[in-house]
Design a protein around this ligand. Structure first.
Ligand code: PLP
Length: 459
């Protein structure tokens, strides 16, 4: 843009007061308060000024500044959103939704003091690492268990502990991994990098598609500290493939650390179950609390008492420790499993297993409600495919139903829904907005109806 154009645009930027006096500001002032909104207007104007100086030609009328300021505020702070994407363990939307029982446990632990590190029997100091352990031992069939902040941390801790194990002096310790399992999970969690961080030398065996037991066997030497087995999680390899299960690895000698990832305690698709890894002889199995387990973010390690004790003493455990709210939620979630009530009580399992007809009925009811408020629009129920998400069950297609809203500009409609309170997140496909009913929670329909009617009115 020529300098004169830039200067002209900068001159046309409205004053903060003028923007606040514009009737378009009313709603945002009502929602966020005058102070927060005027700060946001100032910030939006600053951005527009910078963009203009950089050569862009943004819209600078008062209404556009109001929208820009409201958009800045709408993403501020951690907010509840309605998940209409059909992706159940949506990583960006916080993975698992806690059960009512877990929420109550969190509230209880938050409202008052607790025996987090206090032994009520003896009146002496207790350990936070004791909570949830009896339930985990029972559910995983393991000797002992340890809970830390997340599965990435659990993997790092498990590897660090075995690497610095009893005979861990002198030569560089080695950990054997199949080339088919040197994976990246998401958010940059890469197995080779975690191994390096643990102080181990990575000993790769086999090929991307085929690894045999004999490959592992040939790689074992006096510096071998462990064999790492990793669940692929977010992809599948098909065709000319061969891999070795935990059971076949566990009698080779070195301890097997199994990163099972999703933490299925009951059968879900073909996901490896924690219990199976333990039964197959893994010295340690690590998994997430907020994937298929359906609890809070946590990294859970189950396995032999000797290794778990070594981890409790490891300096890293303090840096990775779970907080009381997490432990409260995890214990309540595990109690649902212990009582056999998990499929009915945990939202993650309910969403995974809801019969398609039930989802279709919910979609139909939602479509009817939307049509009432917006009779001219083309709104219909369509079949869709829901996903487990969160790097679990990559090829698992869950039959589902969505409300499809036809709109001249579906992206703009989707953006409007995200500005609602609570924001509603759907997905755009073939010029329509899809709102999948499988991931809606009870009561979410009202929020969706409100969001759509607001978005249509403001359009
Ligand atoms: C998801 C996953 C992780 C990381 O779990 P977080 O709880 O997100 O830290 C590690 N390993 C595997 C195999 C996974 O699937």
């Amino acid at each position: 843009m020529p300098e004169t154009g830039k200067r002209d645009l900068l001159r046309r930027l409205p004053a903060v007061d003028a923007v606040l006096r514009n009737p378009a500001s009313e709603k945002a002032v009502g929602r966020y308060g005058r102070t927060a909104f005027s700060d946001a207007v100032r910030e939006a104007l600053d951005r527009l000024r910078r963009e203009t100086l950089a050569g862009a030609a943004p819209a600078v009328d008062e209404e556009s500044v109001v929208s820009a300021a409201a958009a800045l505020l709408s993403n501020r702070g951690l907010r509840r959103v309605v998940n209409a994407t059909g992706v159940i363990l949506h990583t960006n939307l916080g993975r698992s939704v806690l059960s009512e029982r877990a929420v109550e446990a969190v509230v209880g632990a938050a409202r008052g003091y607790s025996n987090l590190e206090y032994d009520l029997g003896s009146g002496a100091r207790g350990s936070r690492y004791d909570h949830a352990v009896p339930l985990l031992r029972q559910l995983a069939g393991s000797e002992d268990a340890l809970v830390v902040n997340n599965c990435a941390g659990a993997t790092l801790l498990a590897l660090s502990a075995v690497v610095s194990g009893p005979e861990g002096c002198g030569a560089v310790p080695e950990v054997i991994v199949s080339r088919g399992q040197l994976i990246e999970i998401g958010g940059g969690f890469r197995i080779p990098e975690v191994l390096e961080l643990s102080g181990a030398r990575l000993r790769e065996v086999g090929t991307t598609n085929r690894t045999r037991r004999s490959d592992y066997e040939a790689a074992i030497n006096e510096n071998t500290r462990a064999i790492l087995w990793v669940h692929h999680s977010n992809f599948e390899v098909r065709g000319f493939t061969e891999s070795v299960g935990v059971a076949e690895l566990s009698d080779l000698g070195p301890p097997v650390v199994a990163d099972v990832g999703s933490g299925a305690l009951v059968a879900v698709g073909n996901e490896p179950r924690v219990r199976e890894a333990v039964r197959a002889g893994a010295a340690l199995a690590v998994f997430s609390g907020d994937k298929l387990l359906g609890g809070p973010q946590a990294g859970i390690i189950v396995g032999s008492s000797a290794w778990i004790s070594a981890m409790r003493r490891h300096p890293l455990v303090r840096a990775l420790r779970a907080d009381k709210l997490c432990l409260a939620a995890l214990e309540a979630t595990l109690a649902s499993y212990q009582e056999g009530a998990a499929p009915g009580e945990l939202p993650t399992l309910r969403m995974l297993h809801a019969p398609p007809e039930e989802v279709r009925d919910r979609a139909a009811e939602l479509a009817e409600e939307l049509k009432k408020g917006w009779p001219a629009a083309r709104i219909e129920v369509v079949s869709s495919v829901a996903r487990s998400g969160g790097g679990t069950l990559p090829a698992y297609e869950i039959p589902s139903y969505a409300v499809r809203v036809e709109a001249p500009d579906a992206d703009a409609l989707a953006a409007g829904l995200r500005r609602s309170d609570p924001p509603v997140v759907g997905r755009v496909s073939d010029g329509g907005l899809l709102l999948d009913a499988r991931t809606l929670l009870p009561g979410d329909e009202m929020a969706v109806v409100r969001a759509v009617s607001e978005a249509v009115r403001d359009a």
